[in-house]
Design a protein around this ligand. Structure first.
Ligand code: MEV
Length: 312
């Protein structure tokens, strides 16, 4: 039996903009998806998905998951026409859109296959395979989710729009810090939301160029902010990034409630994270007391929330 894991992630800066070649910053969270693969005598593959998930998540993603696993097996050149595979997914990562659950599962399956079939893949190869899996979930993934799922830590990621290798750099924090992630409970389709943003971008080019220019400045300043461990600046920039995400139409009432409540409770910054139109919110809450406070208030409002340390 082969086994592998992939990290959940949170995008701190640059969802959507990253699709168009702007740099983004993502952090792995401490929870992972674990995959095991076992050879079976029947042909084809089957899956047992034991991952914890927000209601509706797994059903909504089922068709995309099938395409994703076919892509992964094709990339790994594994023929299941005679002897098949039983894939089992588990681990502590709670699947909700925004936490990179699909990417974590792709990375975990890629590692489990490498383990079972003695493929000897390094992280770059695992990441390339997970990217193929991500293509099943939405047609034009930037690659940031699978990169964070594979490498962990905090990554600065910039895709090469000419098809070359992306720039992947690790950002080291002087010390880890605390965040709260909360779920709206709504599962968004990344494919649909990315498609809507693309349409807007193509229809209103001047408007987009201005927003994209503002974002580029936020990303560069944030990089410096992390290097200087200036978390107050990072929080401010997260708020600014959130405003741009509102402008491009990917926030929603529930995300605004979560962002508002977190800031009122003292978070240094808060923004939607990932696809948006549902999915998750991330709040920067340095120090356990602040983290517990923000977490507690979100829970009182009836939302699911998680506490993580990033930059570990
Ligand atoms: C989804 O987690 C992040 C998006 O930027 C899409 C992508 O990067 O592929 C919305």
């Amino acid at each position: 039996m082969g086994r592998g894991s992939g990290f959940g992630k949170v995008i701190l800066f640059g969802e959507h903009f990253v699709v168009y070649g702007f740099p983004a910053i993502a952090a792995a969270v401490g929870s992972t998806t674990i995959a095991t693969v076992r050879r079976i005598s029947e042909p084809g593959w089957k899956i047992t998905d034991n991952r914890p998930a927000v209601p509706g998540y797994k059903k909504k993603k089922l068709n995309e998951q099938k395409v994703s696993i076919d892509n992964i097996l094709r990339f790994a050149d594994i023929d299941v026409s005679q002897e098949g595979l039983h894939i089992t997914l588990g681990g502590k990562l709670v699947c909700a859109s925004g936490i990179g659950a699909s990417a974590a599962s792709c990375t975990a399956i890629a590692r489990a296959l490498s383990d079972e079939f003695r493929l000897g893949w390094d992280d770059n190869k695992v990441n390339a395979c997970a990217y193929e899996g991500e293509l099943g979930y939405h047609g034009t993934p930037s690659g940031i989710d699978n990169t964070a799922a594979t490498f962990g830590g905090i990554v600065w990621y910039k895709r090469d729009l000419n098809g070359g290798d992306p720039t992947i750099e690790t950002i080291k924090l002087k010390e880890p810090t605390d965040i709260v992630i909360a779920s709206t409970g709504i599962t968004a389709s990344t494919k649909e939301v990315v498609g809507d943003v693309r349409k807007l971008k193509e229809e209103k080019t001047k408007w987009w160029d201005q927003i994209a220019e503002d974002y580029a400045e936020i990303a560069e300043t944030a990089r410096k902010g992390f290097d200087d461990m200036d978390l107050q600046l990072i929080g401010l920039l997260m708020n600014q990034n959130h405003n741009l995400l509102i402008e491009i139409g990917v926030s929603c009432v529930e995300l605004e409630e979560l962002v508002g409540v977190s800031r009122q409770a003292g978070a240094w910054g808060a923004k939607l994270t990932g696809t948006g139109r549902g999915g998750n919110m991330v709040a920067l809450t340095p120090g356990r007391d602040l983290q517990n406070n923000v977490f507690g208030i979100i829970k009182q409002r009836g939302f699911s929330a998680w506490r993580y340390r990033i930059g570990v």
